[in-house]
Design a protein around this ligand. Structure first.
Ligand SMILES: [Ca+2]
Ligand SMILES: [Ca+2]
Length: 221
């Protein structure tokens, strides 16, 4: 009996280790590749809601003219109102099913590229905002948020999809037990200009980041 007992304990440890590795890599975003949907509006694109100023769910959420993977990608413009700090007229938002735990930080990876020359490569960026609210609805007050900026589009060829990888800091204790929201939109660092530009975002992956490795203790002198 004893060897069998030992074996099952070892297996349990191995399985647990495998499980926690898999869990850490689970994509918390659904339809982050924008391939699921019956149309191109927010209403017909599962998982995504327009939390932009217009709140218009008939606005375009995705398009099949460009894609990093598959046939569709999200379409965004640079319509961020820097004066009011409000989200732009269209801002993709997803209420995930993930409940934030103490000590969580999140890793994000996505691909993007401008889709026309109106996207000013010196000032138009993609911003992702991960957040939580006090009552787990968009109408609630934000208790934690992290803004992750793409930076300017690098290089001269807007046809080349670029990968952005970033991670948030550790969540505020106020966010523990709350639902994770993920949103993104175009952001013109020069303000709300008349020169509307467009870009595409595809293959969004948001995961719970592995805890940072503890810093080696400093030798004392
Ligand atoms: Ca896609
Ligand atoms: Ca612009």
């Amino acid at each position: 009996m004893k060897p069998l007992h030992l074996f099952s304990r070892v297996s349990a440890v191995v399985l647990l280790t495998l499980f926690s590795k898999l869990s850490a890599q689970t994509n918390l975003v659904t339809n982050g590749d924008f391939e699921t949907g019956g149309g191109t509006t927010f209403d017909t694109t599962p998982g995504w809601y327009n939390m932009g100023k217009s709140q218009n769910q008939d606005s375009k959420a995705r398009s099949n003219t460009l894609a990093h993977g598959g046939s569709y990608s999200a379409t965004i413009s640079d319509r961020y109102d820097i004066e009011t700090g409000a989200f732009s007229w269209v801002a993709h938002c997803q209420k995930t099913t993930y409940t934030i735990k103490e000590g969580d930080s999140f890793a994000i990876s996505y691909f993007w590229r401008p889709s026309d020359i109106g996207w000013q490569r010196g000032r138009d960026n993609v911003q992702f905002v991960l957040f939580a609210t006090d009552n787990n609805t968009l109408a609630g007050n934000a208790v934690w948020s992290a803004t992750l900026v793409s930076g300017n589009f690098p290089g001269n060829d807007i046809k080349i999809w670029k990968n952005v990888e970033a991670r948030t800091g550790v969540v505020s204790p106020l966010a523990v037990g709350k639902t994770l929201f993920v949103s993104f939109y175009g952001f013109d660092r020069g303000g709300l200009s008349s020169d509307a530009g467009y870009a595409r975002v595809d293959d969004i992956v948001v995961t719970v980041a592995a805890p940072a490795a503890p810093k080696p203790s400093q030798p004392t002198h």
